[in-house]
Design a protein around this ligand. Structure first.
Ligand code: PAF
Length: 275
C-alpha cells in the first residue's frame, strides 16, 4: 500500500490503472469505512482511499478544527485492503482559493442542507475534484449519508461523469447506533442514550409497514418522542428513496431520515422502507 500526498504523485501512480475503485473519506476510519473498502476490493483491481478533511464542507461554527485526524491509525487499518491512500494537504487540494463550485440540486437546501448551508456545495465540489484526480470506474459511498449519496448520484448523471456510484448499507454497533466518526464526541451516558435515534427510525418504519399513511403525523410523533428524551431535533422526514422528494400517495420505496443533537453532538441516521 502506498500513501500519496501530492496530486502529481497520484496521477503518476494511477496513470496505467484501468480499473480503479475509489472510497472517499475524511479519515478516522471505523468498521463502516472498512466495509466500503472491502466492497471496493471486489469491484476494482486498484483500490484508492482518500483521506481528506474538506474545509469547504464545514460551516464557520462546525467541527472542522476538532474533527479527528488519525492518519497513522487509518493507514494501519487499510494495510492489505487498499492499494493507494491519498491524503493531500488543504493546499494541495486547493492550490488557489476555490471560487468555482458545484451548484448542487434543490434538494441540497432541504433536510441537512437547511441546517448546514453550503455543506453539499462543499461536498459536491470536493467529490468532483477527487473524481477528476482519481478517475475511478466505481466509487463507493455509505447510505448513512443518504442525502449526500443522492446528490452525488445526481451530479454524476447530470455532469455525465464516467463513474458508477455504489451505495453501501449503514454499518451499526450491536445496539443499532449507526457507526460514525462523530460518535466519539458522545459522553458515556450519551452513548447509552444514542441508541434511541435508530429505535425511533425503527418505530416509524414499523408504522409505515403496518400501513400508516399519515406521514406528517408520524414525523411529528417521532420528533416529540426524541425531544422528550433530551434530543434537539433538526428534522425527522419521510421521503421517497429516489431523489428524496416528498412522497406521492402510493409511493412504495421510502426512506425515513433524522438529524438530531444529543448534547453537543449532531447525529444523522436513516432507514429505507420498501412497502
Ligand atoms: O462522507 C464523507 O466522508 C465526506 O463528505 C466526503 C464524501 C469524503 C467528502 O469530503
Amino acid at each position: 500500500m502506498q500513501t500519496i500526498k501530492t496530486v502529481a504523485e497520484l496521477r503518476a501512480r494511477l496513470a496505467n490503472e484501468k480499473s480503479v475503485a475509489f472510497v472517499p473519506t475524511m479519515g478516522n476510519l471505523h468498521e463502516g469505512h472498512i466495509e466500503l473498502v472491502r466492497m471496493a476490493r471486489e469491484r476494482g483491481s486498484c483500490v484508492v482511499v482518500s483521506i481528506f478533511v474538506n474545509p469547504i464542507q464545514f460551516g464557520p461554527n462546525e467541527d472542522f478544527d476538532k474533527y479527528p485526524r488519525t492518519l497513522e491509525a487509518d493507514c494501519a487499518k487499510l494495510q492489505g485492503l487498499a492499494d493507494v491512500v491519498f491524503s493531500p494537504s488543504v493546499d494541495e487540494m486547493y492550490p488557489e482559493q476555490q471560487t468555482l463550485f458545484v451548484e448542487p440540486p434543490p434538494i441540497a437546501t432541504e433536510l441537512c442542507g437547511a441546517f448546514r448551508p453550503g455543506h453539499f456545495r462543499g461536498v459536491a465540489t470536493v467529490v468532483l475534484k477527487l473524481f477528476n484526480l482519481v478517475q475511478p470506474q466505481v466509487a463507493i459511498f455509505g447510505k448513512k449519508d443518504y442525502q449526500q449519496l443522492a446528490i452525488i448520484r445526481q451530479m454524476v448523471i447530470q455532469f455525465n461523469l464516467p463513474v458508477e456510484i455504489v451505495g453501501a448499507e449503514t454499518a451499526r454497533a450491536t445496539d443499532g447506533l449507526a457507526l460514525s466518526s462523530r460518535n466519539q464526541y458522545l459522553s458515556a451516558q450519551e452513548r447509552t442514550e444514542a441508541v434511541f435515534l435508530s429505535q425511533t427510525l425503527i418505530s416509524v418504519k414499523n408504522a409505515l409497514a403496518a400501513g400508516e399513511v399519515g406521514f406528517a403525523k408520524l414525523e411529528q410523533e417521532a420528533v416529540a418522542a426524541l425531544a422528550k428524551t433530551g434530543w434537539q431535533v433538526e428534522y425527522v422526514a419521510i421521503r421517497s428513496q429516489d431523489g428524496l422528494c416528498v412522497p406521492e400517495p402510493g409511493e412504495r420505496k421510502l426512506v425515513v431520515l433524522v438529524a438530531a443533537r444529543l448534547g453537543k453532538t449532531r447525529l444523522i441516521d436513516n432507514l429505507e422502507v420498501c412497502l
